[in-house]
Design a protein. Structure first.
Length: 647
């Protein structure tokens, strides 16, 4: 074995050195106890509790158990056991390994240690799982070293056994020499007597030596029986009929001694199943009960046979009356489950009840998480289509993954829903030939409701019910990248709000999450073509006419802004004056002094209040023109621009 050392100075210790310091003593310790197999090395004393339930408190200790080491090799290893409180014996100890991991220098999380501990269970492990049985007094290391392969004896005991073997051989040789029936019987009885005496006097006798002595004597007796007179032949036939048991008399006496009387049986069971007439305890005190022949509280049949057993947090209870047997147990967390009835030949006829549904009255469908067929009637909660009467098929792989299929009692309607991670999804109805005409209903495919929220309608194309600018039955289209979609609603067949000639759109900004207002598209169906007259602009004819006038013909150019409340000319260009024709109204006369009898005015006028402005010429021979507005409200402001030409 490698023994680390260090002299005077500073030594560099490597990780392998530290692992060797740990592995060398553990290797020696495991190899030592591997010779004797699984056992209790230290501690683990079992002390009976004082609650009268037959349970024990097991102290912590050190045990040697079979386990797979980190390299996958199964061997005996020493490990601690934390003990247990209030458990029934025997306990079955198995090895439990926990991997401890931490980040290494490369940043990856890897194992740094394997922690082996003993784990106790009240249930004997199945298969090839190795275990150590822990009882009130056995399974310790001192028991392991005193087994048939490792028993300790003294020199005096060995000398005494050897002398007994020599005497047995001498006596058997003497019997063989005489050959008498009496001597044969005496030899047989002597060998059996010596066998019993050795077992009684030397509890830890050398079994191999004792067996050798008996085999030798039995061999001599067998030889005599084969050559004896007729009486011995009869004895041989009798022995053969009895299975050639060499210890027949001892076997018969042992069987007689092992018979148990009724009184002894009741006494032995009293500690396990205490008889308490008229017991009035609480069956829900499940951890402190072993069995009660009569129970009164929290059981289906009060004051009738009741049985409770188990340990270590796992209990089961039975209660019976009139061939009706009820059962319940604890779950993984120790919580008590509901009582259920056990079906048997006396209360269950498979021919009449196979595939028959269970009937539910005033139940909640959200609680149906077990596989089965159910008929729901009465005030049923969470049923589809607001109906109480339905037939429900439940398909479940676990309480968290459930599918329900429901058929409404009074209509040809079929629904389904799912339960995912304890959350029920909405009921969905299946369409079929009885409630959906695919040919005539295709135009409504995708029909949904926007509800005024972006993206809340059906994806793709289809029809909406309302909440678009156009209203009901408008065609609806959504497209675009997620978060940046565009929605378009087109006029439907409805004339509401003149919907059949209107198109709207809106879009979403995925960066800010905001949604724009609905915007309408303009087209020839809802927008008149622009004209010069409607816009107050020069028409093409006016422009042609104006282009034909010589530049010298233009005599006056001007513009002005009028405050309708005061009637004053604020700005002007050229020799013009202006006066209000009607006080307080937007009606003014612009006068000029061209001094010519033939002229033409081109003027534009716009009322600031929003209504149309006008410019009129009374006659080509007059030296003025009027600007005015039809606004009859308080604001009569207007602006104008004009050109005067001489002919």
């Amino acid at each position: 074995m490698k023994r680390q050392t260090q002299t005077v100075g500073v030594r560099s210790w490597a990780g392998d050195d530290l692992l060797e310091l740990q592995s060398e003593p553990l290797k020696a310790l495991d190899a030592f106890f591997a010779e004797y197999g699984p056992c209790i090395i230290q501690g683990c004393e079992a002390v009976q509790t004082e609650d009268g339930a037959g349970t024990y408190d097991v102290a912590a200790g050190l045990v040697a158990l079979e386990a797979d080491d980190p390299d996958g090799v199964r061997r005996v290893m020493a490990m601690p056991f934390a003990g247990a409180k209030g458990v029934a014996l025997p306990l079955y100890l198995t090895a439990n390994v926990e991997t401890v991991s931490e980040p290494y220098g490369d940043g990856k999380v890897k194992p740094i240690a394997y922690v082996y501990t003993g784990k106790a269970s009240g249930v004997q492990p199945d298969g090839d799982t190795p275990y150590l049985t822990l009882t009130a007094g056995g399974g310790r290391f001192v028991d392991a070293v005193q087994d048939t392969a490792h028993r300790f004896i003294t020199d005096a005991e060995r000398s005494k056994w050897n002398r007994i073997l020599e005497q047995a051989k001498e006596y058997a040789d003497g019997v063989a020499a005489t050959g008498s029936e009496a001597a044969l019987r005496s030899a047989k009885e002597y060998a059996d007597t010596q066998d019993t005496a050795l077992k009684t006097e030397l509890v830890q006798a050398d079994a191999d030596t004792l067996i050798s002595a008996k085999e030798y004597a039995d061999k001599i007796v067998a030889a005599l029986a084969g050559t004896a007179p007729e009486t011995l032949d009869t004895l041989q036939e009798l022995a053969a009929a009895l299975g050639n048991d060499p210890n027949f008399s001892a076997t018969v006496m042992q069987m007689i001694g092992e018979r148990v009387t009724a009184e002894a049986m009741n006494t032995a069971l009293a500690s396990r199943m205490p008889i308490e007439e008229g017991w009035a305890g609480n069956a829900d005190d499940i951890e402190n009960l072993v069995s009660k022949p009569f129970g009164a509280k929290n059981i289906p049949f009060a004051y009738y046979p009741f049985l409770s057993f188990g340990g270590g947090g796992y209990k089961a209870q039975f209660n019976a009356l009139n061939n009706s047997l009820r059962f319940r147990s604890t779950n993984e967390s120790g919580a008590i489950q509901e009582w259920v009835e056990i079906w048997h030949a006396g209360n269950f006829n498979p021919a009449s009840k196979a595939n028959a549904p269970a009937t539910l009255q005033n139940a909640d469908l959200n609680t149906l998480t077990s596989n089965g067929l159910y008929v729901a009637d009465g005030a049923i909660s969470n049923a589809p289509a607001s109906t109480a009467n339905c037939r429900v098929l439940v398909i479940a792989t676990s309480p968290y993954r459930v599918t329900q299929i429901a058929q409404v009692y009074d209509a040809d309607r079929l629904f389904f829903r799912r339960r995912v991670d304890e959350q029920w999804q909405p009921w969905r109805e299946l369409w079929h030939a009885g409630n959906f005409d695919a040919q005539n209903s295709l135009k409504y495919l995708g029909r949904g409701t926007l509800l005024g929220q972006f993206g809340n309608g059906a994806a793709g194309h289809g029809f909406t019910d309302h909440d678009t600018p156009i209203g009901q039955s408008s065609s609806f289209l959504r497209f675009g990248m997620s978060g940046y979609e565009v929605e378009i609603c087109l006029g439907g067949y409805s004339s509401w709000n003149n919907g059949w000639t209107r198109i709207y759109f809106r879009c979403k900004d995925g960066d800010s999450g905001s949604v724009s207002d609905w915007r309408e598209f303009y087209h020839t169906g809802n927008l008149s073509p622009a004209t010069a007259a409607a816009a107050g602009l020069m028409s093409a004819a006016d422009k042609t006419k104006l282009d034909g006038i010589a530049d010298g013909g233009m005599k006056l150019l001007g513009a002005g802004v009028v405050n309708g409340t005061s009637g004053e000319l604020n700005k002007k260009k050229g020799a013009v004056t202006m006066a209000s024709r009607v006080s307080g109204a937007g009606n003014y006369r612009v006068m000029h002094n061209i001094g010519h009898t033939n002229y033409e005015v081109h003027a534009t006028c716009m009322a600031i209040g929003g209504t149309g402005g006008h410019a009129t010429i009374v006659s080509k021979s007059t030296n003025y023109f009027d600007v005015w507005t039809a606004d009859d409200e308080t604001r009569n402001d207007l602006s104008f621009f004009f050109q005067i030409y001489e002919f």
